[in-house]
Design a protein around this ligand. Structure first.
Ligand SMILES: CCCCCCCC/C=C\CCCCCCCC(=O)SCCNC(=O)CCNC(=O)[C@H](O)C(C)(C)COP(=O)(O)OP(=O)(O)OC[C@H]1O[C@@H](n2cnc3c(N)ncnc32)[C@H](O)[C@@H]1OP(=O)(O)O
Length: 253
């Protein structure tokens, strides 16, 4: 959706947007009206002034070396080259991630424009790169497994120097919820059970792994582990139950 100049200016003046490194020198200054003629040229400018959706699961300048290393590790297995030199789909697939979950979700075409414009995925709406949730999810269809590489930014502090338990729960819900939706279509979390085993240092990169336990009718049962990137340290363990829902249920109609 492209906002009018007045709408954009209102949001800017309300302090909704922070001017992080994503803003290039070419981006319009706060409060500068964006007339209809400007809209076409905005496509080339960086998000949020672009009408193109931004995929937040791609690397940005805030990603540390461990985040990049693991991203490249899984990303390199999304496509394999056969002995004959042909490119083929690999065992892993990177799931794109947008700041508007419903608009780009499967079945999003059925949702009203009103819902689309208001639906925001909060983990993808903290604007400063690296400040909060930096993550990318890969899925392995054959193994019914998901892996998320997660770098926790300074806004997620709970105990001094460590990640807040609610932020960890958020990521577990996001990863297992994404996995359940990938396997079963639209779902809602019915139950999450979390055991915190060791604190996660703020700024560190961890792995969040989700595995399918079983499917029973509308119920998808998953288990989840948060570990250090070498797997030697267990930070958190969880189980989740997701219930398949209709789009009507989601919208309360
Ligand atoms: C959001 C969806 C998007 C989909 C597409 C995503 C694409 C990917 C894009 C972006 C990724 C983002 C990923 C984020 C994911 C975040 C997900 C959330 O955080 S969701 C918010 C928190 N959850 C709630 O607010 C639910 C509130 N609860 C409810 O609405 C209902 O209770 C609901 C839907 C869960 C179940 O209600 P009923 O009426 O449909 O079903 P009943 O009849 O109550 O239960 C059915 C069966 O399930 C059992 N059940 C229900 N709740 C249970 C529970 N808590 N524990 C154990 N069993 C339970 C029941 O005992 C029953 O079992 P028996 O059929 O009799 O065997």
């Amino acid at each position: 959706m492209i906002r009018s100049g007045a709408q954009m200016a209102r949001r800017l003046s309300a302090g909704f947007l922070s001017r992080g490194p994503l803003f290039s020198a070419g981006a319009p200054a706060a409060g500068v009206p964006l007339g209809p003629g400007t809209v076409r040229t905005m496509v080339a400018l960086p998000w949020p002034f672009s009408s193109q959706p931004r995929d937040f699961s791609l690397p940005n300048s805030s990603w540390g070396s461990e985040m990049m290393r693991l991203y490249e590790h899984y990303n390199s297995q999304c496509e394999v080259v056969t002995e004959a030199g042909e490119r083929q789909r690999g065992p892993w697939r990177r799931l794109p991630s947008y700041n508007r979950s419903l608009k780009y979700a499967t079945g999003g075409v059925y949702l009203s424009k009103l819902i689309q414009s208001k639906a925001r995925l909060f983990t993808r709406n903290i604007r400063a790169p690296g400040a909060a949730f930096e993550y990318v999810v890969f899925v392995n269809k054959e193994e019914q497994r998901c892996v998320c590489v997660f770098q926790a930014g300074h806004l997620l502090e709970g105990p001094p120097g460590h990640v807040h338990g609610g932020a960890i729960a958020t990521m577990i819900d996001a990863v297992t919820g994404t996995h359940a939706a990938y396997l079963s279509g639209p779902v809602m979390t019915a139950n999450l059970n979390i055991n915190y085993r060791s604190p996660i240092p703020l700024g560190s990169t961890v792995l969040i792994e989700s595995c399918l336990d079983k499917n029973e009718g509308r119920k998808t049962f998953l288990s989840c582990k948060v570990t250090s990137t070498d797997g030697s340290k267990l930070h958190t363990e969880a189980t989740g139950l997701f219930l398949s829902i209709t789009v009507g249920k989601l919208l309360g109609v």
